[in-house]
Design a binder for this molecule. Sequence first.
Ligand code: MLT
Ligand code: ZN
Length: 472
Amino acid sequence: MTDLLDRLARRLGPRGFTADRDAMAPWLVDWRGRMRGRAAALVSPADRDEVAFVVAAAAAAGVPVVPQGGNTSMVAGATADDPDALILSLRRMNAVRRVSPEDNMLVAEAGTILHDVHVAAEAAGRRFPLSLAAKGSATVGGLVSTNAGGTQVLRFGPMRALVLGIEAVLPDGGLFEGLSALRKDNRGYDLRQLLAGAEGTLGVITAAALRLVPAAGSRTVAWVGLATAQDALVLLRQLEGATGDAIESFEIVPADALELVLRHIPGTRAPLARGHRWHVLIEAVAPKGAPPVPLDEAILATGLAEDAVIATSEAQADALWRLRESISEAERIDGMAAKHDIAVPVSAMPGFMAEARAAVEARFAGVRVIAFGHLGDGNVHFNVRAPAGADDRAWFAQQGAVVSAFVHDLVTAAGGTLSAEHGIGRLKRAEFARLADPARLAAMRAIKNALDPGGIMNPGVLVPLAEAPSLS
Ligand code: MLT
Ligand code: ZN
């Protein structure tokens, strides 16, 4: 081990290598503060050749490699947990290598922050249509590796739909050069799509070619108060009918989530004059040169809104989005929660939210459920908080896993998934193993064992414990 660390220190220099406990400490805790990990060193390569050097050296020594971008995983997907592990930070690789408006594409290195991708696309008269609350720190490599979702999936799909090409270092140190960004390429297995969503278990993504779309014209942002979640879904379908495919975001916020934000996030204020049981945040985007989407008329025509406000300035639109995007942060400030990133068919979501909430509250006396998020995608964050007055830590130590298993059973019975956009990481791996069908698990293990026979890439994440590869 000492040999390996010496070699890495020599090759990467002081900017690219540290084994200092204090320097490593921030990168050993996950965003939610649920896991404190362990590692031998933090390496920060400057380019793909250095990444390849690190991975090849680690493979030869049988040492685990944990790729890390912005460290914003909700499921501890980038937290090293082995005293010998190397945290491989992509932060220094943050160049936008190329923007090609003619190809509607840009190539960004893995450590590029999402916000910088937005800026680069805009400078070229285009737009990268994926956004999420962590856009100031989440990086391209992590977004691709987790097939991130966010608030525009409704119109443009998740990261997988936006990745045209990938460059990655595979577990043996070999370089996969898949950045050609061909729109059509029918040479069999799609390695890009295998690496996207693999959570760093099949290699280290070093750069990605991302799909751009035409620059937006005006955006219209509305906040609507509603009586029921079912009304929200009816509203969405009616608005789609009235506005074509202009609706890009349709986010549901229950009264209790809004209340948490108003209580904990400085500078926020209630968007509507009185309270409503449900709210939706809607964003519609018109093409450049076209008139703004008449969202106000369309909402009024449905007769479903109890009240609504349309942002009349960019600052107001940002303030409405801040209410939605701060829910996670407000929850975190307020206390612990068992978080569930679930999806069911869109049509089933309003019923599921009501029934699952009733079932959870009946089974665990006093708990508080907050379910919010991407209704238009059939994906909500179904979070369960401890009973008021309980000691959070003690309560979750005793009940957290039972609560999560209960929620995951409900979602599985409804034909849904226990991970819609956050991935599996370390936190959901046991539940994934418990609930996934055997054929899916067997195929995933076979792929993992074939590409990473030494099991060095992000061990403990995503793929439930690999069975020993067959030697026959
Ligand atoms: C969101 O939709 O706000 C994010 O996915 C974060 C979360 O689930 O808390
Ligand atoms: Zn989300």
